[in-house]
Design a protein around this ligand. Structure first.
Ligand code: AN7
Length: 398
């Protein structure tokens, strides 16, 4: 397949896969697929959903390192439709990927690329899910994995995964943004293949969320809503829709709507000013630790996606996030982690503000699994009651 890497800042094109930032200006790179030359060998017929169904639009040359990622369920949420008064609301549950988050779509491509480039080790900074996913795919590919985490600020399930899959996990006394700056330096010095969302190949895998939404629904929704942290996913999904349109497979692009937590809201703030550049939030804080990010590297790409698609950025409070998490779990049977619930909290905010029309067809993306963050669940729901082991006590407790 034909593709190049293009700098999103200076526009220069590179023909080597080695870079993840522009060697001329330091800007982020984006994979530019030669769409006029691609032979699309899949049909958007709802069958065989998985990341590698779309291999003809993915920039790899070798056998993929795969754990059967993608093909996640798209649930119709009738309770939420009724309560929000919206014609159709679907939830695409990315928490049902192999490691329990959407990151697997990116890692299958990113780790395959690491092998193509002959790398011996991969690395990332992470609020948790990236590290869990990377560790898993590195294990499968027999690569060393190095992880930098903000100490004490990563949900337990994610740390457990990274450790058990064999990554070297290092907590730093700083936040995610500090960890990312450090891992970028260390990776350069140690020749680790960096798998944060500055890596353009990883994002290519994530664009398959857009392909699958159209594939499964059979139409293009009016709006796609998802949480925004480092802002890679919203950029990737928008790119996916753009490619389908350029190929003539769809005619419209959904309004891309990015949701941030109030305490970690730089993209939302830039959006309020109609700006393209963010001002970093120095000390980001939210219960949704996955998106506790103050200086998202892909913010410019994300804002472009939002503006070009006529979408919006929205902020939600921690209590709205936890309420939405509970609603999804208890009314719809969909178990997600707090960051994921931000998409539903955002939907409700948009209903309140009048941003959404009643007759819209909406897809919310829930990015990570409930099991990732058991500690927050116990804080919200409390511990189970404990009683004597006899029928009477149990009946009293029912
Ligand atoms: C559940 O794992 O950044 O806007 O290091 O785990 O593409 O960053 C996680 C991000 C949303 C935000 N939902 O996605 C990491 C990390 C969940 C996440 C996001 C993350 P981006």
């Amino acid at each position: 397949m034909d593709y190049s890497l293009q700098c999103i800042e200076c526009g220069k094109e590179l023909n080597s896969d080695e870079h993840y930032v522009c060697p001329f200006c330091g800007g982020l790179l984006e994979v530019k697929i030669s769409l006029s030359e691609v032979e699309v060998n899949f049909r958007l017929d709802g069958n065989n959903l998985r990341v590698w169904k779309y291999a003809s639009l993915l920039p790899v040359k070798s056998e993929p390192v795969s754990l059967n990622e993608g093909g996640t369920p798209l649930y119709r949420t009738e309770y939420i439709e009724r309560e929000a008064g919206i014609k159709s609301v679907f939830v695409k549950h990315e928490g049902l990927n192999p490691s329990g988050s959407f990151k697997d779509r990116g890692m299958t491509v990113g780790v395959t690329k690491a092998l193509e480039l002959g790398k011996k080790a991969v690395a990332c900074a992470s609020t948790g899910n990236t590290s869990a996913s990377m560790a898993m795919y590195a294990a499968k590919a027999n690569l060393k994995a190095y992880v930098l985490l903000p100490a004490g600020k990563v949900a337990l399930g994610k740390v457990a995964q990274a450790l058990m899959h064999g990554a070297r996990v290092i907590g730093i006394k700083g936040n995610f943004d500090d960890a990312l700056a450090l891992v970028r330096k260390v990776s350069e010095e140690e020749n680790f293949y960096l798998l944060n969302s500055v890596n353009p190949f990883r994002l290519e895998g994530q664009k398959t969320i857009a392909f699958e939404i159209v594939d499964e629904l059979g139409y293009v929704p009016d709006r796609v809503i998802l949480p925004v942290g480092n802002a890679g996913n919203i950029s990737a999904i928008y790119k996916g829709f753009r490619e389908l349109r350029e190929l003539g497979l769809i005619e419209s692009i959904p309004k891309m709507c990015g949701i941030q937590a109030e305490g970690a809201n730089p993209v939302f703030r830039a959006f309020l000013k109609s700006g393209k550049d963010i001002e970093a939030v120095e000390n980001p804080e939210t219960v949704a630790t996955a998106i506790r990010i103050g200086n998202p590297v892909n913010a410019r790409k994300a804002l472009t996606a939002i503006y070009e698609s006529k979408g919006v950025a929205v902020q939600v409070s921690d209590s709205e996030i936890l309420e939405a998490q509970k609603k999804l779990a208890s009314e719809e049977g969909i178990g997600v982690e707090p960051a994921s619930a931000a998409s539903i909290a955002g939907l409700y905010r948009m209903v309140e503000s009048g941003e959404i029309e009643k007759d819209e067809r909406v897809v919310c993306i829930t990015t990570g699994n409930l099991l990732k963050d058991p500690e927050t669940v116990i804080k919200v729901c409390g511990e189970p009651v404990e009683v004597e082991a006899n029928i009477e006590s149990i009946k009293k407790a029912l």
